[in-house]
Write a protein that binds this ligand. Structure first.
Ligand SMILES: CC(=O)SCCNC(=O)CCNC(=O)[C@H](O)C(C)(C)COP(=O)(O)OP(=O)(O)OC[C@H]1O[C@@H](n2cnc3c(N)ncnc32)[C@H](O)[C@@H]1OP(=O)(O)O
Ligand SMILES: CC(=O)C(=O)O
Length: 536
């Protein structure tokens, strides 16, 4: 069976730019356009040339090699000709291959927002499309509020779409601008557009917002009803609740039989393996934490804590995975926690090079120990290094490199003569190494920082092994309120080669919990490095 072509239109750089808190710099736009182009996206909508200096500069050169480089704008205003409309002129002066204009298609909006007659709006759509076509570019029309407009005045919404189509628009895109339309309505309305307005599905697109959490479902419903272009964004960013998430749509189209058997896109299975990386690089550029529960690409998308799941998963991954994690460049994670059984632990230990047989009684006592400690407030699923140290200690494999005999920490606030507040923290740590006692004193920005510096100041013969490590993240969580409160501290450490590890401490005293996590971090580092030295 010949597959039909589906076209992917990315609006990360335009609708995504309308996300609260997102503001791309010129170089960032270039970078993202290059990623999308390389990934195999058909259209990259880069912004609105003429609306701001960044977008105008971005469109002064073509930013894609294969993808259709698309400028966004709005239809010309009533009362001016297309050639005299400054907004339209900005898009036509750009280096875009295609121009996508937003057009009103809800009569209510024409009256209230544009303040012109319904016929004038149709004329504006017609003349604007003709101007784009005359400039030699591909024309696209985003029919804004199409679904709401169709419900309010079906004939007028269809007239808008038909006017754009008849004037030569390559794509007429039906927009669920307010994001409230349900998949069943999207499906019925698209079928009516194809049937009644006579616009073939291969000339129709869908642009869905996520205000009821159904932008992906709406986009796929529109494809099932006949449209052949999908608009969306990386990681679903976009105005308000965001746009249809291409990071979910793309793998669904390529991996789910009901779509993969009927359609092809410009993205190969090989490129799809770069999807998780693309999604994470994009979050990194936005300086935001990736959503761990994002479909396909989230860190938890193929993770399991549950013992019953892990046991079956390790026998046959398909038992609990809807697609192979590698197909989207993600990875399976079997975690150890109080929800785990022997299968989780054997896998977790094997991944760390620790081999334990299923009938080894130490495995049962280790599982019991982890469950007991998690009940006290520890959480090992994200504290990889502390879990490893706990397991290795339990199996008798971690030497006592050094012994902390005491530590002390004082915090002082001074107020100087002009009333400025000056905070001072000082820590003293005494350690014993091979029978020799060493004392280190350090000042820090706060008590934890002072203790960290003092603890890592002089570990005698081990000092060179820990010199390149630094504490890069510190999280404190109070687990239950009131006088019974317990504090959980998670520390992330990084070494000079960019390796990261996380450790945990729990106590009713925040300093004590922090110190425990710091100690685990240093001992983990020494263990790994001495093991590597021995193996070399
Ligand atoms: C659904 C969407 O996401 S559409 C995209 C929305 N994105 C943006 O608006 C981001 C970029 N926009 C901008 O930088 C500015 O709004 C500009 C440069 C386009 C226009 O700025 P201004 O000329 O100052 O107008 P302003 O933003 O105040 O108002 C929008 C104007 O466009 C008109 N307009 C809105 N949609 C259309 C349309 N489809 N066709 C013609 N005119 C339109 C409005 O009626 C309003 O005109 P008015 O000032 O005469 O009432
Ligand atoms: C065009 C557009 O972004 C919308 O209608 O939502």
């Amino acid at each position: 069976m010949t597959k039909e072509r589906l076209y992917l239109f990315d609006t990360t750089l335009r609708d995504g730019q309308q996300t609260p808190g997102v503001d791309f710099a010129l170089e960032e736009k270039r970078q993202i356009a290059a990623w999308l182009d390389d990934f195999g996206i058909d259209y990259v909508e880069g912004g609105y040339p003429g609306a701001n200096p960044t977008d105008t500069a971005f469109f002064s050169n073509k930013a894609t090699k294969s993808a259709t480089f698309t400028a966004f704008g709005m239809t010309k205003r009533a009362g001016v000709s297309a050639s005299n409309d400054p907004g339209l002129a900005g898009t036509l002066a750009s280096k875009a291959d295609a121009v996508c204009l937003v057009a009103k298609s809800w009569d209510y909006h024409v009256r209230v927002a544009l303040g012109c007659t319904l016929d004038e709006n149709l004329e504006n759509i017609r003349q604007s499309v003709e101007a784009i076509v005359e400039s030699g570019r591909e024309a696209l029309i985003d029919c804004e509020h199409f679904f709401d407009g169709y419900k309010a005045n079906k004939d007028y919404a269809l007239d808008c779409a038909k006017t754009a189509f008849d004037a030569g628009a390559r794509w007429v895109v039906l927009c669920d601008t307010n994001g409230g339309t349900q998949p069943i309505d999207v499906c019925a309305i698209v079928e009516h557009v194809i049937g009644e307005a006579g616009i073939p599905g291969e000339r129709l697109g869908i642009h869905a917002h996520d205000d009821t959490g159904q932008a992906v479902a709406n986009s796929l419903a529109a494809v099932n009803a006949g449209v052949r272009q999908i608009q969306g964004t990386l990681n679903g960013i976009g105005e308000r609740c965001g746009n249809a998430n291409l990071t979910s749509i793309i793998p669904t189209l390529l991996l789910k039989e009901s779509f993969a058997a009927r359609f092809e896109t410009g993205i190969t299975q090989e490129k799809l393996k770069g999807l998780t990386r693309l999604s994470r690089m994009f979050d990194d550029l936005l300086n935001r934490m990736p959503d761990p529960q994002a479909p396909y690409v989230g860190a938890s998308a193929f993770a399991t804590k549950a013992g019953i799941h892990a046991s079956a998963l390790l026998k046959e991954p398909e038992t609990y995975e809807h697609v192979a994690p590698e197909s989207v460049g993600n990875a399976r994670r079997v975690m150890v926690s109080d929800q785990g059984g022997k299968a989780n632990f054997i896998e977790g230990l094997a991944r760390r090079g620790i081999s334990v047989r299923k009938d080894d009684p130490r495995l049962d006592t280790l599982i019991a120990l982890v469950k007991e400690r998690e009940a006290e407030g520890y959480a090992y699923e994200d504290a990889d290094a502390s879990f490893e140290m706990l397991a290795r200690r339990h199996l008798g494999a971690v030497p006592a490199y050094f012994n902390v005999t005491s530590y002390r920490c004082v915090v002082e606030r001074r107020i100087n003569a002009v009333g400025e507040k000056i905070d001072l923290a000082e820590a003293v740590v005494k350690v014993e190494i091979d029978g020799e006692e060493k004392m280190s004193v350090a000042e820090g920005k706060g008590p934890v920082n002072a203790l960290d510096v003092a603890l890592r100041k002089d570990l005698g013969k081990y000092q060179t092994l820990i010199e390149d490590i630094e504490l890069v993240d510190y999280k404190v969580r109070i687990l239950n309120g009131g006088t019974e409160a317990v504090t959980r501290v998670m520390i992330e450490t990084r070494d000079g080669q960019g390796r990261h590890w996380t450790t945990i401490g729990v106590s009713d005293n925040v300093i004590d919990a922090s110190f425990e996590a710091m100690m685990d971090s240093i001992v983990y580092c020494l263990f790994e490095r001495l093991k590597a030295q021995k193996a070399a």
